[in-house]
Design a protein around this ligand. Structure first.
Ligand SMILES: Nc1ncnc2c1ncn2[C@@H]1O[C@H](COP(=O)(O)OP(=O)(O)OP(=O)(O)O)[C@@H](O)[C@H]1O
Ligand SMILES: [Mg+2]
Length: 307
């Protein structure tokens, strides 16, 4: 039996007020099954981080809701039980150079989230922080050092340890490797993959790099200007992308074979190609598990190209 761990329903997020109001996330719905690795891809500014931050309750949902393990967590969460629940969702941030508190020692940075649990002794906190450091492949002696003494890859490991120490069930990894040198990206990905397996984690992997998501994610959603345009399991999305925006993103993926790379044709996406003045777009499950946004006419066309 599958178990839904996260349900995002008709989520909209608005920044600013009045005339300056700007919808960064617009009517986004998706749900995750336990253990799944779900990718959110889209160009810069499409709202990927905002979705993550709203699930984390750093941003407020203007409309719609977020449910975690069947309970609504968007909106006000006040009592202790709710806090315990939301602690089970942790985020790993994009830039390990700016997301760590430079004045704090690594031991404190990693264990910070544990201070909220007043029943934990100092020894218990230190013990859990040490375990988390080991899990990400760092020596426990490093707990007494400061972030500036670490390389980018090590700093990202600290960020991962900081999330893991809370014993989360859901991890939101926001471009966790894009700020890192090519040579250490694979190492950090391997750490994340191992942790995911060993702890049966569910993960949202946010990325604009579709060559990475292909190998990491079970299912992928494409976001364009705050709106989901397509969502399918990874295999389907890469082999049969329907929406022109997905096709455009995929056309930019570097090809390992130099000849293929040379022949590669970039497909530009121009949103004005859609005529939605009369025939409004809907979010349609065009094949089992394969969702795409389009007008009736477009959907008809997409159906014709289904494998
Ligand atoms: N706190 C904020 N106040 C006002 N606007 C914001 C805020 N956070 C994000 N935005 C705007 O919302 C839109 C979506 O931003 P977001 O950071 O979610 O995009 P993203 O897909 O994560 O981009 P990137 O790939 O560059 O990280 C952008 O236009 C951004 O400028
Ligand atoms: Mg972002």
């Amino acid at each position: 039996m599958s178990e839904k761990i996260l349900e995002v329903e008709h989520l909209s997020v608005v920044f600013g007020r009045g005339k300056k109001a700007f919808k960064a996330v617009d009517d986004v719905s998706f749900s995750l099954e336990k253990g799944e690795n779900f990718g959110i891809v889209g160009e810069s500014g499409s709202g990927k981080t905002t979705i993550g931050r709203t699930i984390m309750r750093i941003c407020r949902a203007a409309e719609g809701s977020v449910k975690f393990k069947g309970e609504v967590i968007s909106g006000k969460v006040s009592n202790k039980n709710d806090k315990k629940l939301t602690d089970q969702i942790q985020m790993i941030f994009q830039d390990p150079m700016s997301s760590l508190n430079e004045r704090a020692k690594v031991g404190y940075i990693v264990s910070e989230g544990l201070y909220r649990d007043k029943t934990l002794s100092r020894a218990a906190r230190e013990d859990r922080a040490a375990k988390a450091l080991i899990e990400v492949g760092l020596r426990t002696e490093l707990a007494s050092r400061f972030p500036h003494e670490f390389s980018g890859g090590q700093r990202q490991r600290i960020g991962i340890a900081r999330a893991m120490v809370m014993e989360p069930e859901l991890i939101i990894a926001d471009e966790p490797i894009s700020a890192l040198d090519m040579s250490i990206r694979a190492q950090v990905l391997n750490v994340m993959n191992r942790l995911k397996r060993e702890h049966a984690l569910t993960m949202i992997f946010i990325s604009h790099d579709l060559s990475v998501t292909r190998f990491i994610c079970d299912r992928i959603a494409c976001l364009h200007k705050g709106v989901l345009v397509e969502m399918a399991d990874t295999e389907t999305l890469y082999s049969n992308p329907l929406h022109p925006y997905t096709q455009s993103l995929l056309s930019a993926v570097p090809q390992p074979d130099p000849r293929a790379e040379k022949k590669k044709k970039l497909i530009a996406y121009d949103a004005s190609m859609h005529d939605y003045t009369v025939d409004k777009p809907i979010w349609c499950e065009i094949a089992p598990g394969h969702f795409v946004r389009g007008s009736e006419k477009e959907l008809e066309k997409y159906r014709g190209t289904l494998l």
